[in-house]
Design a protein around this ligand. Structure first.
Ligand SMILES: [Zn+2]
Length: 453
């Protein structure tokens, strides 16, 4: 009967439109619940010291008021009043280089059962939030479904700024095909890693535009390309520059048309300089940069997204393997990159880049605490909160969570941690979140409360 009234092609249209509008409407509604934190010392995500004892009122998903004078609230059923007992209230942590879908699986599993991988990543997302990370910038992986499920409250996890698939050239970092998969025909069959959305191969400006726009269509808040060789990829020597400047520029143009930016994986001066010439706004890693390149990054006001990769990770690569040789070349650059970042006052973001290791993910806070090699605890914490949030805001009109993140100020989004102790005296406190984070709040909602009753 339906098909008599509505020819098939006409019928298909409104159904499609309905599906789209209902998914957008499913984002969790914010209620007017209030939480009052009394007697806390605030680390605001920027400064070098804690505030005097103060009180912080959260209403809905926002920090409404901060005042050393008592704040009055209705003692209704929807108001929670928490005695902070002089503990530290600070912004939720932000990891600027995360791969939510690639934390737990082995590389082979990542190409395997998509349903299982999403459930596993969902469980890891909950762990991530329970470590105090309320936001991550995801720089590669099929993360759109996970993000949607978290935003809808189906599963607990951090806010996710998704890049979608990493975009790479044939043989580049992120091309995990085997030689038996060659040759590729443009417009032909996709490899398994492309089918699951882990990375996409593009070998011309036109192909780059297609792949970038596909990620934007799926909700990418920024675009990630690999502009040079990588440690873990089998067919990309460290020294190579992968995309041409025209290809990089095509990505930048497509992203900027959508009001957002491109970030690139790049180690060497040549790869970094080519990316900057093409209009890329953020460099991931940059470990093999030289003095002139560091100065260029600073002068052009480009973001540098650094990771204090643990030494055990290098030692995890088998001695004598190609990957180990590449790791041995890259690792000494980590400390040099931090020295350059400080020397030239480069806008520096912090992240972990945990891949294929649940055990390492559990040390996410410890990896942040390892920044004390180069920074004061306050500088390190500001980097993982207020500064990282500035990088997130670079996604402009594609920002999935407009509002202030990474700071404790009136009007900011209420992503908060109540810490037992003063992390500005002992940054090691953040390495043990299960013990030291007494309250974890995201978007005004308490996900953990371990204060004594
Ligand atoms: Zn990465």
């Amino acid at each position: 009967m339906t098909s008599m009234l509505f020819p098939r092609s006409v019928f298909a249209l409104p159904v499609c439109a309905l599906l789209i509008s209902s998914s957008a409407a499913q984002v969790r509604q914010i209620d007017g619940t209030t939480t009052l934190f009394n007697n806390v010392r605030v680390f605001d995500g920027k400064g070098a010291s804690l505030s005097e004892l103060t009180n912080v009122l959260v209403r809905g998903n926002l920090i409404e008021r901060i005042s050393p004078a008592p704040i009055a609230v209705d003692r209704s059923a929807t108001a929670a009043i928490i005695d902070g007992g002089g503990r530290t209230l600070m912004p939720g942590l932000i990891d600027a280089h995360w791969h939510a879908m690639l934390v737990r699986p082995t590389p082979a599993q990542a190409l395997g059962d998509v349903g299982y991988n999403n459930l596993d990543a969902g469980d890891e997302a909950t762990d991530t939030l329970m470590r105090g990370f309320t936001t991550v910038r995801d720089v590669g992986g099929p993360v759109f479904g996970l993000k949607r499920a978290i935003d809808q409250g189906i599963i607990k996890g951090p806010r996710i700024y998704p890049s979608g698939a990493m975009i790479t050239v044939t043989s580049g970092h992120g091309d995990f095909r085997q030689l038996t998969d060659l040759p590729r025909t443009i417009g032909g069959m996709l490899s398994r890693m492309e089918q699951v959305g882990g990375s996409m191969v593009a070998d011309s400006p036109d192909e780059v535009r297609v792949r970038v726009r596909e990620q934007l269509m799926q909700g990418a808040s920024q675009i990630k390309l690999t502009a040079g060789g990588g440690v873990s990829s089998p067919f990309s020597p460290i020294d190579v520059v992968t995309f041409t400047e025209a290809e990089l520029r095509a990505a930048v143009e497509a992203a900027e048309n959508w009001g957002t930016y491109v970030t690139v994986h790049a180690f060497t001066p040549a790869a970094i300089q080519k990316a900057i010439a093409a209009g890329v706004k953020c460099i991931e890693h940059g470990f093999l940069m030289d003095d002139a390149t560091a100065r260029l990054i600073s002068e052009k006001d480009i973001w540098l997204s650094l990771q204090p990769l643990p030494e055990e990770l290098r030692q995890g690569f088998v001695v004598g393997s190609v990957e180990r040789a590449k790791a041995d070349e890259v690792w000494p650059g980590i400390s040099r990159a931090y020295d350059f970042a400080k020397k030239y006052k480069i806008k520096t973001a912090w992240g972990t880049d945990v891949l294929f290791s649940r055990a390492l993910a559990q040390r996410q806070g410890a990896i942040l605490a390892s920044l004390v090699r180069w920074y004061t605890p306050a500088e390190a914490l500001a980097m993982a909160t207020g500064t990282n949030a500035e990088l997130l805001a670079l996604s402009g009109k594609r920002n999935p969570y407009p509002g202030k993140l990474g700071v404790v100020v009136e009007g900011a989004l209420a992503d908060l941690l109540l810490v037992d102790g003063n992390p500005l005296d002992d940054l090691g406190l953040i390495a043990d979140p299960s013990k030291n984070f007494k309250i974890i709040m995201k978007e005004g909602k308490i996900y953990k409360n371990a204060l004594p009753k």
